[in-house]
Structure formats: structure tokens, C-alpha cells
Design a protein. Structure first.
Length: 596
């Protein structure tokens, strides 16, 4: 049985320890080529390369979403459109990454770099990533300890003890007050438990750094005790067993016997990241991941989706409440008008009485009292008059008012019925919102409100997706490792050419022959594809055309930026400029990428 924890720190010291090997594999030996920054100045991307690999390092300093990520090419291209090159940390450009390590088992990562110089000595510096919640920061420090640059500047008005400014001496964050679990000794551990009147779970999480609620519960679960058990209530055998399980968990972590997973709550929302399996949780609350980097990426991606859902839900709820208020006001006004309009029979009676008594009424009178001959009591009725009109004209005015009110009554009754129907529809939408938690459900509700006229069509932006859900082209790899993508139908041809292909990719098509659109993706924008890559892509384009059975087929190719969509053109049609031609044998290369 799980004890509900307070706020869980997503990136803790243990996860930092676990991601170091992944960072080393991705970046060690790479050269920093470019630095990009987000519009809000709280996120940075370092683009790095070596002869064998290219990888981008993402750092986020947002108080709730602070993290470090390894970006794959697709994720980097998605982010790149929203980021700009920055002079911040330009000192780091050209530096070769020499070493990556965790500092003092804290949430601090130091990446040591060396920038080679053609004249004079090479320059050494450190990039220090402080993953410390609302104080998260990235600081560039020379080897002599002086700060060169930082993402977030801290002056003396913000901190008397630790200024983070260019030229200041770098001071590390305060050392954690908690103990390092990897350095725990049996004797001290056993003594820690003696006569402590707090739960074992609380004792472990409050005493050891990097030991969160989930790790504590794993240790407790393996020891077969309840999470709320007080430390003072443990017998000697249980204490020994608890130490054994505590030691085993951190020995497995130290030796990288790990199982990365995202922990979700009962509703399926991301709750935490774990580096070990958590047997006390239901299987549907665990999403197993191939690496910690992937788990971090997926966790924060899901978290962002949940935030977007909450924002969408809030906006839809506000729109629904506004709609109900408007409809209720409209209904009240209609009912007032109906009450007035239902007096129309009285207007006819006033007109009739004025016509009957026209000879006894003088022009210029503001009102007149006449015997109501239509009532059994024959009582007097007071009729207001327009002093500028004659008695007959006043009578005609009442007849006109009678006709107008009579016609309006039917319209208002219809409007009232329509308004009551809309109120029921919006109330139903309001009920649906209470249980809606999926993107499709929210989109359906959004469309209903748009159709009813209570929400502008662009009020809630639809999340842009890099790749369509229906996009699954055939994918091949050339001998030299370049990727070839082939559209399966006209709709996919359109998406491949006009949405997915980068301007610098090469586009192929059998010349004047119906066939698939084919894209050869450049591995390096600055380097032209090799003749062999072009030949293999052309052979694939010839193969996926109507001329597959011919011995030789002419194939045109050009940069994707020179392929245009004709106005009102059907899917699959394209206008091509600056094309070249190559004659090839239709051939299907046998190197499939990911089995596609």
C-alpha cells in the first residue's frame, strides 16, 4: 500500500548519477558547434559534433521543468524553429568535451572542455549545469574559477553569499545537508533507526539525498513492512533486513543494474521517473523506457501535454460559463419582452375605444378616461395619447402597436424555445467537460462550442505536430548511410514533399511517368550527397513508378525547395524547377531502415 507523498523532486541526485554514462556516450569527444536559446531565455541547446556522431544537449532552467536532455535529430529539428542562435556562451563554441561528471552527488553536472588554439596555449573551461529547482542555472567557468558567463545572473541584492556574475569567483551551491546513500555504513544506518518516532519512509527520505518517496517505498516493500511503520517499532531482524535491502538497491544503482520507467498516477498522468523497478505499483502505472534520457524526454513531453490539456480545459470551461451567462441574460430579456408583447390585445382595445369616442376627444390632450364598453363592469380606463396626433391618428398608432406586438410575440416565443434548447446544449457540454481528459474529447467539445458560436475557431490553438499520424513512408538506407523515403500514396507524397522534406533534401521522381515521390535526406547540410547516394535514390524512384519493368528509366531530381505545389492541385501533383536527370535501372535496395 502506497503512502501519498508530498511534491516529488523529478530530477534528483540519483537520476543525475544515472544519466552521466548516457551523457558521456552521447557527447564525450564532441566539439561544440552552435548554441541556441529559447525566446524566454530559460532554455539552451548546444549542438555538438564529432567525426562519428552528432548530438544536441538541451538544458531547461524553468523552476518546475528543470532538466537536461539528449535531443535526437527529430526533436532538435522540432525545437530549432522556435530557437535562435545566441552570443550567450559563445566562449564555449569550438570547445571539445573532455569529461562529464556529477559534483559531490548533488544535482550538479560539470562538463569540462578544451578549446584548442593555433597560437598560444589551449583554453580549458567548465560548463556547470545546476539542476536545483527554482535556482536552476548554467554557468561557464574558467579553470582558474572565474565566471565567464551564466544563464541567470545573481547579484548581491539577490544573494549576499553567492553572486553569479562575469568576473566573480565561482562558488558551488551549498552542500546538501542530507547524507550520500552510497557512503552509508551499516553501523550508522542501524543507529539512525534507534528509537525514532517517525515512519521508516519519512526517515529514509529526510536523511539521504537522492532517495525519493518511490525509492524508499521499494526498500520498505522488499523488507515486507508497511510504509507507515515507525522506526522505533522495528525489531532487530527487520532492521537488519531493511539495511540489506537499502544496501542492495544502491549497489544495483552504483553498478548500473537499472530499469528506467515513468511512474503515472491512477489517472495515467506522469508522476515521477524511477531508475529501478517498483514492484509495489500496478503494471499500468509503469511505462518502461530504454534509457533514462528517453524517460526524461517522454516524461516532460507527457507533462507538457497534460499542461496543455489543463489550459484547454480551463479555456473551454470559461467559455462554457460565459455562454451560460449570456444565454440566461438573453432568456430573461426575452421573457421581459414577452410580458410586454402579451399586452397586445389591450392595444387593440385602446384603438377601438378611441375610434368609438373620436368625436368627444380633443386634439392636444395627453390622456383620456373612457368607459370600457368591452368589460362587464363598464369601468373607466385611462389611455395615454400623443398630444401632436388627432384622436384617429392616436387610434391608428395603437392599432399599429397591436399588430407589431402580435407579430413579435410569435418570434419571441420561437427565440425563447431556441434559447432554452441552447442552454440545455451548453449545460450538457459543461457536464462533459467534468469527465473529459483526452485530447479528442476536448477537441470535440471545442468544435461544439465553435458551432454554437460561443468560441472563436482559433481561440485554442491545435498542437502542431512534426509528423502526421498517418505518415509512414517506405524507408531505405544507402550504402553510405543516407536515408531514402518513399511516399505510399498521393496524400503521403504530398506530406513527404511539402511538409516533411527539408529544403536542402534531394527530391526524385520518374520523368514524365506516374510514380512515388522520393526524398533523399542529407546527413550533412554542408556536404552534397555522393554520386552513389543519388544513383541509389534514383533507382528506388524508378522502381516505385509505372516503368518498374523497363531496363532503363529517366529520373529527375532537384532540391526539395524547388518543388512547388500547384494552386488547387490534386494530391501528388508537383511543379519542379532546376531539375537534373539521370538514367538508371529500376532497382529496390535491400537495406531497409527500421523494417519499413
Amino acid at each position: 500500500m502506497r503512502v501519498t507523498s508530498q511534491l516529488i523532486m523529478i530530477i534528483n541526485s540519483t537520476l543525475v548519477f544515472c544519466i552521466i554514462p548516457e551523457l558521456e556516450e552521447a557527447f564525450k569527444g564532441n566539439k561544440i558547434f552552435q548554441v541556441f536559446q529559447s525566446p524566454d531565455k530559460k532554455e539552451l541547446i548546444f549542438v555538438t559534433r564529432s567525426r562519428k556522431k552528432e548530438a544536441s544537449l538541451f538544458f531547461c532552467a524553468h523552476a518546475e521543468d528543470y532538466r537536461i536532455e539528449i535531443l535526437d535529430e527529430g526533436k532538435w529539428r522540432t525545437k530549432k524553429s522556435n530557437y535562435q542562435k545566441t552570443n550567450l556562451f559563445s566562449y564555449a563554441v569550438g570547445g571539445h568535451i573532455q569529461e562529464i561528471k556529477q559534483v559531490d552527488f548533488d544535482r550538479v553536472i560539470k562538463i569540462s572542455c578544451l578549446r584548442k588554439s593555433q597560437v598560444g596555449k589551449s583554453i580549458e573551461f567548465d560548463l556547470i549545469f545546476e539542476l536545483t529547482g527554482r535556482n536552476a542555472n548554467l554557468i561557464l567557468v574558467r579553470k582558474d574559477g572565474l565566471i565567464i558567463d551564466s544563464l541567470r545572473k545573481v547579484d548581491i541584492t539577490q544573494s549576499r553569499f553567492r553572486q553569479i556574475l562575469p568576473g566573480e569567483k565561482y562558488v558551488a551551491p551549498p552542500s546538501p545537508k542530507k547524507k550520500n546513500p552510497f557512503e552509508a555504513e551499516k553501523e550508522r544506518f542501524l543507529k539512525l533507526l534507534e528509537n525514532r518516532n517517525i515512519s521508516v519512509s519519512e526517515l529514509l527520505t529526510s536523511h539521504f539525498i537522492g532517495l525519493d518517496q518511490f525509492l524508499a517505498e521499494k526498500i520498505i516493500f522488499e523488507t515486507n513492512i508497511h510504509p507507515s511503520t515507525k522506526a522505533k517499532d522495528l525489531n532487530n531482524d527487520t532492521v537488519e533486513y531493511l539495511w540489506k535491502n537499502f544496501n542492495q538497491v544502491f549497489q544495483d544503482i552504483a553498478e548500473h543494474r537499472l530499469s528506467f520507467q515513468i511512474v503515472t498516477d491512477e489517472a495515467g498522468k506522469p508522476d515521477a521517473i524511477s531508475c529501478v523497478d517498483l514492484p509495489f505499483l500496478k503494471e499500468n502505472q509503469k511505462i518502461f523506457c530504454e534509457s533514462l534520457s528517453f524517460a526524461i524526454k517522454k516524461f516532460f513531453s507527457q507533462k507538457l501535454e497534460e499542461q496543455q490539456k489543463r489550459i484547454a480545459l480551463k479555456r473551454l470551461s470559461e467559455a462554457t460559463h460565459r455562454a451560460l451567462r449570456r444565454l440566461e441574460k438573453r432568456k430573461d430579456k426575452i421573457e421581459e419582452d414577452l410580458e410586454e408583447a402579451e399586452k397586445f390585445e389591450q392595444y387593440k382595445k385602446f384603438g377601438d375605444l378611441l375610434m368609438i369616442n373620436k368625436n368627444s376627444i380633443k386634439k392636444g390632450e395627453g390622456s383620456v378616461k373612457l368607459v370600457d364598453i368591452f368589460e362587464p363592469q363598464q369601468s373607466l380606463v385611462d389611455i395615454s395619447l400623443n398630444v401632436e396626433l388627432s384622436p384617429i391618428q392616436n387610434a391608428q398608432a395603437y392599432f399599429k402597436k397591436y399588430k407589431k406586438a402580435k407579430d413579435a410575440l410569435a418570434v419571441m416565443k420561437k427565440r425563447k424555445a431556441e434559447t432554452e434548447k441552447e442552454i440545455l446544449q451548453v449545460e450538457k457540454i459543461s457536464e462533459e467537460l467534468e469527465g473529459a481528459n483526452k485530447e479528442l474529447e476536448l477537441e470535440k467539445i471545442r468544435k461544439e462550442l465553435v458551432d454554437l458560436g460561443f468560441l472563436k475557431d482559433k481561440m485554442i490553438p491545435v498542437k502542431r505536430k512534426e509528423i502526421s499520424k498517418d505518415f509512414s513512408p517506405r524507408t531505405f538506407v544507402t550504402k553510405e548511410g543516407s536515408q531514402i523515403l518513399v511516399g505510399r500514396n498521393n496524400k503521403e507524397n504530398d506530406y513527404l514533399t511539402f511538409k516533411f522534406a527539408r529544403p536542402s533534401d534531394l527530391w526524385f521522381h520518374a520523368q514524365d511517368i506516374p510514380g512515388s515521390h522520393v526524398v533523399l535526406r542529407k546527413k550533412d547540410k554542408k556536404r552534397e550527397p555522393s554520386p552513389n547516394d543519388i544513383k541509389e535514390a534514383a533507382q528506388v524512384a524508378a522502381y516505385f513508378s509505372k516503368a518498374r519493368g523497363a531496363k532503363k528509366v529517366p529520373v529527375i531530381y532537384t532540391l526539395a525547395k524547388y518543388v512547388k505545389k500547384p494552386k488547387k492541385g490534386k494530391p501528388g501533383l508537383a511543379l519542379v524547377e532546376k531539375e537534373k536527370s539521370i538514367l538508371v535501372e529500376p532497382k529496390l535496395i535491400d537495406r531497409l531502415d527500421n523494417g519499413k
